[in-house]
Design a protein around this ligand. Structure first.
Ligand SMILES: *Cc1c(COP(=O)(O)O)cnc(C)c1O
Length: 360
């Protein structure tokens, strides 16, 4: 059986070493030494001044919306994971969807301004599959209309544009360190803010709004993460390069073998680096995509329609809305298996099957 993804697991002894420390300190959570160490290592690795290690990528988004005190309407993409939209609704704001660009699969910046009203307070865009949004165009629009910008960077760990971390863009960027993501801590997330005052507010929000044991300065939540998750993050930290290299090798091999497949990959940001988080393909037709999906399933090879359906016409708590590009792409897109344990032989088999199914 070949699943679409498999979490990376380091050698168990390396994780156990951290557990011994946790047992001897008896410090299990509340920003213990492992969580602090992970924050230091990650900010150095990513080239950031500060970042916060939090519960997960969803809470990271909710904290971001809260910290910027957003109200009213937030412009966002219908082509993302549900948490991008649900966080907006959860924080009492209204998501206003804007269609995506057919090449990058990110929010179409040429269509944002038409959706801005006097109630709009922010843009929340996803770097889909780790492909950077047009951050320059978004910043321009945001400045012109005095809007805040949040990037859902759940897929974008390690991505840079012009030698700078993608997480430096926007007022706040978030990342997910969930087990199925590229680099993970089991459950976990990151929040990055440009303005030190916003970062400070986020740090209070993460810890119930406490400023000292008997003093509150903000409306907060429990956004902390545990020493056990930090230990997983630290253990995996030493494998970031080898995870990247293996995923690149598999991706290059897919690219080479699938040259004649009637499917396209997203067009990457010109200055953006790749992190090989996913292997998405937009097939020529939904029929071909479904044939491929079913055909692979017959060989116990599992793919995923990621993202399908569009968030703008599926959520029971929102009015349904159709979008030309998103609805079309969502019906034809599929992600192929990609994880560190996958072998070149397995990729070869997947590619041979896909080409055979196409030619039948
Ligand atoms: C995974 C994901 C999230 C949520 O992250 P969790 O850590 O699972 O809460 C948010 N947005 C996108 C685009 C994601 O893929």
């Amino acid at each position: 059986m070949i699943p679409v993804t498999k979490p990376f697991l380091p050698p168990i002894e390396e994780y156990q070493k951290y557990l011994i420390g946790i047992w001897s300190r008896q410090w299990l959570t509340n920003m213990g030494p492992l969580a602090s160490d992970l924050e230091i290592k990650l900010k150095e690795y990513l080239g950031l001044k500060h970042l916060l290690f939090v519960t997960n990528g969803t809470v990271a988004l909710q904290m971001a919306i809260k910290a910027l005190d957003l109200k009213g309407e937030i412009i966002t993409t219908p082509f993302s994971f549900v948490a991008t939209t649900s966080s907006i609704v959860w924080e009492g704001c209204t998501p206003v969807f804007v269609d995506i660009d057919k090449d990058s699969l990110n929010i179409d910046t040429s269509k944002i301004e038409a959706s801005i009203t006097e109630k709009t307070t922010a843009i929340l865009a996803t770097h889909v599959y780790g492909n950077p949004c047009d951050v320059v165009a978004i910043e321009k629009i945001a400045n012109k209309h005095k809007l805040k910008v949040i990037y859902d960077g759940a897929h974008a760990f390690g991505v840079q544009i012009n030698g700078k971390s993608i997480f430096e863009y926007g007022d706040i960027s978030t990342c997910s360190l969930h087990a199925t993501k590229l680099y993970h801590s089991g459950e976990g997330g990151l929040v990055i803010a440009k303005d030190p005052a916003v970062l400070k507010k986020l740090a209070y929000i993460r810890n119930f709004g406490f400023n000292g044991p008997e003093n509150f300065v903000e409306l907060g939540i429990n956004g902390k993460n545990s020493e056990f998750h930090a230990a997983m993050g630290l253990t995996n930290f030493f494998y970031i390069q080898s995870i990247h290299d293996k995923r690149k090798e598999l991706t290059d091999y897919y690219n080479e073998k699938l040259e004649t497949l009637r499917a396209k990959r997203p067009i990457w940001h010109k200055e953006g680096t790749l992190n090989y988080a996913y292997y998405p393909l937009v097939f020529e037709s939904e029929k071909l995509m479904l044939n491929c999906m079913e055909g692979l399933k017959g060989h116990e090879i599992f793919t995923r329609r990621y993202f399908y359906p569009s968030l703008a016409n599926t959520l029971p708590y929102l009015e349904k809305k159709d979008f030309e590009v998103t609805d079309d792409i969502a019906t034809r897109v599929m992600c192929l298996p990609l994880y560190v344990d996958l072998t070149l032989e397995e990729v070869n088999l997947i590619c041979r099957l896909l080409l055979r199914i196409q030619n039948n």
